[in-house]
Design a protein around this ligand. Structure first.
Ligand code: MN
Length: 323
C-alpha cells in the first residue's frame, strides 16, 4: 500500500550491525487517511531501528471488519528504490500497476512488486472482503540495483510442516524450505503458525539479522516475551532462534531476516533514495506525472498527490550505538 500520511516524517535509515539481546520494537498506530480510514500498526522504521536486513518498512493491519473500517482504497501512488511485499491473512486486495499488472493479493500468496527506477500502483480491497488482515512490507534495493526495471512476482508457498508449527516461506529459506522468488540481497520472509505451547528451534544464518512480528497470540523469542503487534529483533550472530507459543491457542508470527544492507537511505513518503535532492526530484516528477512512474489504468479515480516536503533538508537520523 502507500504511505498516505498527510505529513510523513523524514527518515534517513542507517544500516547497523545488531546486538545479541532481543530488542522489542513497539508498534505505533498510523491512520492512513484518505476516503477510507484504515489504521495500521507500524513497527519499521522507528527511531531505534530502521532496517532488518533490507526490510525497511513494516505495516501490520487488522483483523478489520471492513463494514466498520471501510477497507482499503489507495489511489495510484509512486514508489522508487524498493520492493513491496504484500502478504494477507484474510481478505482480498485488487492491485493495478504501471507495469500493466492487474492482480489479486490473496491470503497465503506473495505479491512482490519491484519499483526500482519508478512505478505507480493502486490497491483496493474487493467488495467480497469482509475482514482485512495482513502486512505490507518494503524491501530497500541495494545501490547497484535501485534503478532496476519494474517487476512483479507472484508466489504461493507450500504449507511446510515443522515440529509443532507450519511455515509458509515466501522469501529465502527457512527450515530447509526455499522460495523461488528472486531478491536483490540475501533475505528471508515467512509466516509461522505455532501450535499451543509449541517450542520451535529454528536454525538460522548468523550473517542475518532477524525480526519476529506477532500477529496472533503471544510468543517468547530467545527468552523475551513478545506481545501481539510487537516486533522482536535479534542481531547478527544467532545460529538458532528459539520461539515458544506461550498461549493455549495457535500463535501466528511473520519472520523476517536478511544480511545487513550496509547502506544509508533517505526514506520519505513512498520513496527510497540516497539524498534529499533525489527525493525532492522524485516528488517533482510524480507531481508532473513523469514517465518515470508510468500510468495505472483501470483505477476509478485520480492519483494520490504527494504531500509537501518537510521544511529544510531531509537529514540523517542515526541508529543508537550498539548496547
Ligand atoms: Mn504502495
Amino acid at each position: 500500500m502507500s504511505n498516505v500520511e498527510t505529513h510523513p516524517s523524514e527518515l534517513i535509515c542507517e544500516s547497523t550491525s545488531g546486538v545479541a539481546a532481543v530488542e522489542v520494537l513497539e508498534p505505533r498506530d498510523v491512520p492512513l487517511g484518505g476516503p477510507r480510514a484504515m489504521t495500521v500498526r507500524r513497527t519499521l522504521p522507528q527511531r531505534s531501528r530502521s532496517l532488518i536486513g533490507a526490510w525497511c518498512f513494516a505495516d501490520h493491519y487488522g483483523p478489520d471488519d471492513v463494514s466498520v473500517s471501510g477497507g482499503m482504497d489507495v489511489a495510484p501512488h509512486p514508489h522508487t528504490g524498493l520492493q513491496t511485499a504484500s502478504w494477507l491473512f484474510s481478505g482480498e486486495i485488487e492491485h493495478r500497476d504501471s507495469l500493466g499488472v492487474h492482480a489479486m493479493v490473496r491470503p497465503g500468496e506473495l505479491n512482490l512488486m519491484t519499483a526500482g527506477h519508478g512505478i505507480c500502483h493502486s490497491e483496493v480491497s474487493t467488495p467480497d472482503t469482509t475482514v482485512l488482515h495482513g502486512v505490507q512490507l518494503w524491501i530497500a534495493l541495494p545501490d547497484a540495483h535501485r534503478d532496476a526495471p519494474r517487476d512483479f512476482q507472484h508466489h504461493v508457498p507450500e504449507v511446510a510442516a515443522l515440529d509443532g508449527a507450519t511455515a509458509r516461506v515466501f522469501l529465502g529459506t527457512v527450515a530447509g524450505h526455499t522460495s523461488p522468488v528472486r531478491t536483490f540481497t540475501p533475505l528471508l520472509g515467512a509466516e509461522l503458525v505455532l501450535e499451543p505451547g509449541a517450542r520451535l528451534a529454528l536454525d538460522v544464518d548468523p550473517a542475518f539479522e532477524h525480526g519476529v512480528l506477532v500477529d496472533i497470540g503471544a510468543v517468547d523469542l530467545d527468552g523475551t516475551a513478545l506481545a501481539h503487534g510487537t516486533l522482536g529483533y535479534v542481531g547478527l550472530g544467532a545460529t538458532t532462534l528459539h520461539l515458544t507459543n506461550t498461549t493455549d491457542s495457535p500463535a501466528r508470527v511473520v519472520l523476517l531476516g536478511g544480511e545487513p544492507l550496509g547502506e544509508d537511505l533517505v526514506m520519505w513518503w513512498n520513496f527510497v533514495g540516497r539524498t534529499h535532492d533525489e527525493i525532492a526530484a522524485y516528488r517533482d516528477q510524480w507531481q508532473q506525472q513523469s514517465d518515470r512512474f508510468g500510468q495505472v489504468t483501470g483505477y476509478p479515480g485520480h492519483h494520490l498527490p504527494a504531500p509537501p516536503l518537510p521544511m529544510g533538508r531531509l537529514r540523517p537520523r542515526g541508529n543508537p550505538p550498539p548496547a
